[in-house]
Design a protein around this ligand. Structure first.
Ligand SMILES: Nc1ncnc2c1ncn2[C@@H]1O[C@H](COP(=O)(O)OP(=O)(O)OP(=O)(O)O)[C@@H](O)[C@H]1O
Length: 250
């Protein structure tokens, strides 16, 4: 039987006033949840509330173990190397005042290899491009070995090939290691590709949550984005594609 990794019950959140009607959903162990919604609606604020960085306005969030988070942007105060940054993810596994073990270092190297960025290991993190930094932060989240991972727009700065690397990794983490993952995205296709469930944030404080196929529908996408989007099936592909049915005025 599945067990809950994250249970959100009647949650209200926001900076002053609640951004949404009370939110209730449950992420079971091994599930992947996508959070979709327009700019400024409250995806990042939700993730900060789920980790406890931002206090909830009401309701409750229960999680079974530790939660790891990968923020959308990251600025570091010192010129750390990429290896240092990834090793920081092992902090919980290293004893007070001890050095990271050989095993910690091997785990960090392995994470960089999983993201095809081992060649960046000795580079200064701050000298990397935005997309490279995003891959490093995802590598760091892998080495934490948290059983619940929150990723804020993990593909936002990535090229198409690296988007697929990260989506595949998320899927492998859930299916092979039973990790539970919640990620925000602006691409409904990413939800269709890997998310078992989707939380769709709508204007006017409404939301929908449930299995991805029942949430990422043409009707709901129109409610969310105000645009005609079509779900199309392509031969030999089990994931439908999303096609925007609009053209640019000239
Ligand atoms: N530190 C803050 N203080 C006050 N209001 C904030 C703060 N950060 C964000 N907000 C507001 O909270 C709302 C939700 O912002 P949030 O960053 O969660 O949106 P988002 O859905 O992640 O947006 P995007 O897709 O553009 O990244 C917005 O109206 C934003 O202006």
């Amino acid at each position: 039987m599945k067990s809950a990794a994250l249970r959100v019950n009647q949650l209200t959140y926001g900076y002053r006033a609640p951004l949404f009607e009370p939110l209730t959903f449950c992420c079971q162990k091994g599930e992947i949840w996508a959070v979709l919604g327009r700019n400024g609606l409250g995806k990042s604020t939700l993730l900060d509330t789920l980790t406890g960085t931002l206090p909830a306005l009401g309701g409750c969030v229960e999680n079974a173990g530790g939660i790891g988070i990968v923020a959308q942007h990251c600025q570091l105060p010192f010129p750390y190397t990429v290896s240092d940054v990834v090793l920081m993810g092992r902090a919980q596994h290293v004893k007070l005042f001890a050095q990271p073990s050989l095993q910690d270092q091997q785990r960090a190297t392995q994470a960089l290899e999983q993201l095809n960025i081992a060649q960046l290991a000795s580079r200064s993190f701050s000298s990397l491009s935005g997309g490279q930094q995003q891959l490093v932060m995802i590598a760091r989240s892998l080495v934490t070995e948290c059983q619940m991972l929150l990723l804020d727009e993990p593909c936002s700065a990535l090229d198409l090939a690296n988007q697929q690397v990260v989506l595949q990794l998320i899927s492998d983490l859930a299916h092979q290691q039973g990790c539970s993952i919640l990620f925000s995205t602006h691409d409904p296709l990413h939800a269709l590709q890997i998310a078992t469930h989707t939380l769709l944030l709508l204007p006017e404080g409404e939301w929908r949550a449930g299995p991805t196929n029942s949430i990422v529908t043409e009707e709901n996408l129109f409610l969310a984005y105000g645009l005609p989007l079509r779900k199309l099936s392509v031969e030999n592909h089990h994931t439908p594609f999303i096609a925007p049915l609009f053209s640019i005025r000239r």
